[in-house]
Design a protein around this ligand. Sequence first.
Ligand code: AMP
Length: 113
Amino acid sequence: MEKNIFEKIISKELPADIIYEDEISIAFKDINPQAPIHILIIPKKRIEMPIKIKVEDEQLVGHLFVVANIIANKLKINDGYRLVMNNGENAGQSVFHIHLHFLSGRKLSWPPG
Ligand code: AMP
């Protein structure tokens, strides 16, 4: 199966500004930031979209939120950040490898568009 854009970042075939990495996940700056801090946290395992998450992925997906905490601590952010995962094109998903958006550094409005 051909690698998707995020798998090429995981394998370092494509450059990225990596903020955090461990055996099962990697986090890097979004190339088109929607806030002063916009980081994507992704699993190294390919899961195309949230609806494809299986029971056996429970720990893996939970890990992405733990990584978000690690990043928040690392950047000394303890308030005012948003974690978002889009499912499908109508929700704004454009890369089909699940990713948690970590957005911060400005007042974030609600509801999102
Ligand atoms: P989504 O629209 O929820 O699928 O989010 C995909 C995100 O990936 C968008 O915010 C893009 O700006 C970002 N993105 C796409 N290609 C890259 C890349 N090569 N490096 C970093 N971020 C990327």
